[in-house]
Write a protein that binds this ligand. Sequence first.
Ligand SMILES: *Cc1c(COP(=O)(O)O)cnc(C)c1O
Length: 422
Amino acid sequence: MFDYPEFSRDLLDAAKEAEEELAPVFRQIDDISEANQYKVLNAFRKNRIAEQHFNSGTGYGYSESGRDRLEQVYADIFHCEDALVRPQITCGTHAIYLALSSILLPGDELLYITGMPYDSLEMSIGITSCAMSLSEFGITFDHTDLAGDMSFDFDGIKEKIKPNTKAVAIQRSKGYKKRASLSSEYIGEAVRFVKEIKPDIIVFVDNCYGEFVEIHEPTDFGADLIAGSLIKNPGGGLAPTGGYLAGRADLIERCAFRLTAPGLGREVGTTQGVMRLFYQGLSLAPKVVSQALKNAHFLAAMCERFGFETSPGKDETHHCIVQTVDLGTPENLTAFCSAVQASSYVDSYVACEGSDMPGYSDKVIMASGAFISGSSIELSCDGPMREPYTAYFQGGLTYEHGKYAILSALSKMLARTQDVDK
Ligand SMILES: *Cc1c(COP(=O)(O)O)cnc(C)c1O
């Protein structure tokens, strides 16, 4: 192990022990990465990807073969009928709203079965009133919480499925909530359960942060439609923007009609030069996700050594790339995020402090020094400034970079506490 001159012997020894302890976990992560790389490579080969597919058109973007091929590659990777992968899908929230607003019609109900949805969707759904929300179109919303923050409340779900429940939504990753992330296989149990009650129900999965974490994806277990962001896992750190949807062909067609216009659908939308980065990012994504997962485990292992509560625990299976640590004090959270910021390739000199954010009641502190603005497959860390001062850490395109940032964050935080003790 490299002896970083700036860290204490104790910290370096702890890191060495943590890595030795994690060796079997890291081997499992490598196995998953290998299987996923094989799956991605095969999808590229099957679709005969060539240099010409990296080109973009102009204007309407008719017959852009690179765009259409990439959608087939995504469909093959997710083992489903069709996919929509576009720079015009601007982010994860947009991809999810696009999916929901395409499958739900006035009078239909949407049932979330993983608790309240990700914060940024509250306006899209109309939980917080907003123009153009689903609620404004007469689509109602209900939810069931996860029992013990980790398992589906099957009785509650059964009670809440009504004749007009058109879609059931599942958020795979914990996102910024204190709860477990869910495995694709477990999501499959919910798919079977709700379809037994109402066979025509559409199961939608918010797949953000979950892609390539496991060998299987929710579509392998019967999810009808999934959505995610390309500046997270499947963009592999290279995609400069974009989102994807994958699933049943009839649903993807509706989404394409919603994204552009009925009748035009997927036939239009020029890709404006991003295709090579979409392809190359996807080819790297299994490896990049494995690096982010190793960072998550290393962070958990190190923090547990120093007495902080982590979720998931270092030996627990991770179902998404988000790792949380309860740091206990505002000073710790600030020191931690500041050190992550200072460990970034970009904006390393920028100070990090909590600030007000639209839609949040507490101040939020964020560390992000990414090549792609806001990318959270790159090293990033944030948290609300409230008890128990939880840091949400994710990404890191390489394990080495994440490891350095974690050591630096612990070193700064522990030095500060020791100063206070004196
Ligand atoms: C990131 C994320 C979203 C929203 O994606 P944005 O790209 O930030 O709009 C939705 N759900 C989950 C679980 C996420 O992690």
